[in-house]
Design a protein around this ligand. Sequence first.
Ligand code: BGC
Length: 248
Amino acid sequence: MNVLGIDIGGSALKGAPVDIRTGELLAERCRIATPDPLSPAKMARAVAELARQFHWRGPIGIGFPGVIHGPRILTAANLHKGFIGCNGEKLFAGATGCPVALINDAAAAGLAEMKFGAGRDFAGKTLLLTLGTGVGSALFYRGVLFPCELGHLPLKGRDAEKYVAASVKEKKDLSWAKWGTRLGRYIGVLESILWPELIIIGGGVSAEHRKFFKYLKPRARLVPARFLNGAGIAGAALWAAERGPRKA
Ligand code: BGC
């Protein structure tokens, strides 16, 4: 079965049809930039536009950067505040005319990495972090997903993601050493309470892991995501296939 996977991010939405037996993207991914925070109605139009690009009529899995309970979006730290409390599955299903399954973006990336990527066949305690506009997180134990919001752990008096996200490195023009040391400190705090055996780092910046992994020095085994930035798309599609999307 093929599913259209869509990853909604702070600066763009990206999507492609995914072969859910392998996690591979079946076409070049389509990217729609969202330089200004889009209202839910405008985002729904952008999602429909992306589906149209692929002439899509089947199930859609969507990763969203916020807390998701069932079909609902409960938080939107880096997106339009109009999403808070909104029934995201209904919104996107209505706009596309296709059945939609919604999942947190980092949880989606984790599903793809644990099934086909850097955590494949690993049943021990795993922490996945995505470093982008914000910091996404997901935990796995014996292959079971626990979505969480470790990017909002207080660090130096503010949300950790305001200190260690890849967007902060860019905005503040931090060197790899400076940003890597910050990230290392944050990961140290997470390790002291979670004790993961494996840490997977995703998000666009994971393509450059050689430049900053040396500053992290975790106790756990540390690896870049295999899908790098594509994990969110593949995982959102997997979620739709696994859970079954609600009808439009
Ligand atoms: C959100 C998370 C999301 C992460 C990465 C955070 O600000 O609260 O839900 O996974 O950003 O996009």
